[in-house]
Design a binder for this molecule. Structure first.
Ligand code: ADP
Ligand code: ZN
Length: 649
């Protein structure tokens, strides 16, 4: 028995496991209550934001209760990393999935029978086949953890039909506690999880959905790639980040543009072949400072804690989507940026997508409501965080860490520009039976004699040239804000032409004042290296040396850098400069196993010596080649038909 395993068997209280295995001094938020409840055999439904610390809520009860904790996790591509991360702290974890050959699978089954496995990861489609159920019948199962539980919800974009069958857990193993976890905050999704997983009796724990370390910023889109480059160069040089785009084509284009400017950017979307996707994902996880440019196909279940920024170059379709995607920044709690650039074209495009979609009227209405809520968040003059949390039913005060708090936008009386624009639309419609998109309308208002204006005779309109007080960008801002306020609409003709709404009439007759926000210069944080911003200058060089050692060690182990130590832990070491193993063990994130494995090297670096060369230990995987794995699991018997991987995975 290794010394770590020995410590583990002695450390049977939740707090002792937290300290000795994970190296953390205290529980966060509701972790303690959740863990106590599950340890006592209760069922739980946990709603907690990304980075909140959900994993410990089932890992610790499983270690404390003894036996095998069965973790249902949707993406087999990520199981290996989850298991590696546990192995790195000395927890005996395994998975069963179709990437394994029969020998490997038999070995896991043997280890299970011998009581050598603390946590077992499986995809939902595997748990529910008879062979697996019979295997589990023979084991002391400590609990079932259902991760990403919102996958049971048919309304979310992560719906996985296999999750529906998980209600059988309760029927077959009524005495085994179940804990379902999700970062989705809406009450409707929670109700659906409760009902579909038969968790009506479960205690529900709702954490605050605030992510205080994330700075939310939304700005008008002018030259998106230039704006993005500016963000990366001035605030996030050398940092890992995710850039979301709506289409595969814009993913490719943006990744290429960033790469041209020397930023290590990789594309990720469902149109790439599986090997390329696996390779890019693996590089993003393993290498420092890679920027992933992706569609929303990328991100679920990615546990990388040091993603320093999430940028959106297109408008997300809903506030839920925006929150989930931005939430992938800063899981380690260090300062991070959520930045969105959006423009008029986004609104038009999303409205058209809704109109053209195949759903029925109810579906379209729902999608429209989602878009309206997203637009309201974009155009608000109040704190973004207050509005975001209010959307999830949580009250808060202005945060001081979003663009509207840092540089409160001015609003101005935009009634006259609005009237000029609306009356141009009305005249074209009444006098000429014509409808146009924003570009032509703005040309008319600005009095531009373009070939199209000449050809259509638009210079003869009474409103030709009456809008010279604003520039083209400002006019686009007016159109965008009128759309967001419901004072303009996109016609369903599929050409993105603009029409007035019922509410516009009031503006035209002077019965309604239109407030618009003036676009102001956006605040930026000062340039910095990837060392956490608040690290004193004196600690910087040590942090960088620790970081270099971590990179080399991770490469030798074939593991992501954060599996060695997170940024927050390196920061703690750089600040406290421990001289003994005992002192090092006090730092958050340094548990018994890591102290044993890396303690000597870290102390040597702190003393200013060259650390011993990193060598791959017993735990090291045989190679670093990204495994080519299907998104869904394929159990041995042919009892079901897995749906093909699609855009979501
Ligand atoms: P989630 O699954 O909710 O997104 P994780 O379980 O991945 O979050 O935890 C996010 C990060 O916070 C991880 O790096 C984890 O090790 C760390 N963490 C979790 N609980 C604690 C704690 N009590 N003290 C310090 N760090 C913690
Ligand atoms: Zn704010």
């Amino acid at each position: 028995m290794t010394s770590t395993a020995l410590r583990l068997s002695e450390a049977r209280t939740p707090l002792a496991v937290l300290e000795s295995v994970f190296g953390y001094p205290a529980f966060r938020g509701d972790q303690r209550q959740i863990i106590d409840h599950v340890v006592a055999g209760g069922d739980a439904l946990v709603l907690m934001p990304t980075g909140g610390g959900k994993s410990l809520c089932y890992q610790i009860p499983s270690l404390v209760r003894g036996g095998v904790g069965v973790v249902v996790s949707p993406l087999i591509a990520l199981m290996k990393d989850q298991v590696d991360a546990l192995a790195a702290v000395g927890v005996r974890a395994s998975f069963l999935n179709s990437t394994q050959g029969p020998d490997e699978r038999r070995e896991v089954e043997r280890a299970l029978a011998a009581g050598e496995v603390d946590l077992l990861y499986m995809a939902p489609e595997r748990v529910t086949v008879p062979a697996t159920a019979e295997l589990l019948d023979r084991l002391p199962v400590s609990l079932f953890a259902i991760d990403e539980a919102h996958c049971v919800s048919q309304w979310g974009h992560d719906f996985r039909p296999d999750y529906l069958a998980l209600s059988m857990l309760h029927e077959r193993w009524p005495s085994v506690p179940r804990i379902a976890l999700t970062a989705t905050a809406t009450a409707a999704t929670a109700a659906e999880i409760r009902q579909r997983l038969q968790l009506q009796q479960a205690r529900t724990f709702v954490a605050s959905f605030d992510r205080p370390n994330i700075q939310y910023r939304i700005e008008p889109k002018n030259q998106p790639v230039q704006q993005l480059l500016q963000l990366i160069r001035t605030e996030h040089p050398g940092d890992a980040g995710i850039v979301y785009c709506l289409s595969r084509a814009s993913v490719e284009k943006t990744a290429a543009a960033l790469a041209e400017h020397g930023i290590p950017a990789l594309p990720y979307h469902a149109g790439l072949d599986a090997r390329t996707r696996a390779d890019h994902q693996s590089r993003f996880l393993r290498e420092d400072g890679v920027v992933m440019v992706a569609t929303i196909a990328f991100g679920m279940g990615i546990d990388k804690p040091d993603v320093r920024f999430v940028a959106h170059l297109d408008l997300p379709k809903s506030v839920e989507g925006y929150y989930q995607e931005t939430g992938r920044a800063g899981r380690d709690g260090l300062p991070s940026t959520a930045w969105l650039a959006y423009g008029l074209q986004d609104v038009v495009q999303l409205r058209q997508m809704i109109d053209r979609s195949e759903g029925d009227a109810t579906y379209k209405r729902r999608m429209s409501q989602h878009l309206d809520a997203m637009l309201a968040l974009c155009e608000t003059v109040e704190c973004r965080r207050v509005q975001l949390l209010a959307y999830f039913g949580q009250q808060s005060a202005p945060c001081g860490n979003c663009d509207t708090c840092l540089a409160p936008p001015e609003s101005f009386d935009g009634t006259i520009p609005a009237q000029k624009l609306l009356s141009t639309i009305v005249r074209l419609e009444r006098e000429r039976r014509q409808r146009y998109g924003a570009g032509q309308l703005i040309d008319i208002l600005l009095g531009k004699r373009t070939p199209r204006v000449e050809q259509l005779g638009h210079a003869d309109l009474a409103t030709f040239g009456i809008g010279a007080e604003l520039g083209e960008q400002e006019w686009r801002g007016v159109v965008r804000q009128l759309l967001a306020q419901g004072l303009l609409a996109v016609h369903g003709d599929g050409y993105g032409t603009l029409v007035i709404t019922e509410a516009s009439a009031e503006v035209l007759t002077g019965g309604r004042i239109v407030r618009l926000r003036r676009e102001v210069a956006r605040p930026t944080r000062s340039a910095r290296r990837s060392a956490p911003a608040d690290l004193p200058a004196a600690a910087g060089p040590l942090f960088e040396r620790l970081r270099a050692w971590r990179g080399a060690t991770a490469r030798a182990l074939g593991a992501p850098a954060y599996i060695v130590f997170g940024d927050a832990t390196l920061r703690g070491i750089a600040l406290t400069t421990p001289t003994t193993l005992d002192e090092l063990g006090q730092i958050s994130g340094v548990g018994a196993k890591k102290l044993e494995q890396f303690g000597g090297a870290v102390l040597a670096i702190v003393r200013g010596e060259e650390p011993p060369a990193a060598v791959a230990g017993d735990d090291a995987p045989a190679d670093h080649e990204p495994a080519l794995v299907p998104a869904y699991d394929v159990p041995p018997d042919d009892e079901f038909d897995p749906p093909p991987p699609d855009d979501r995975y």
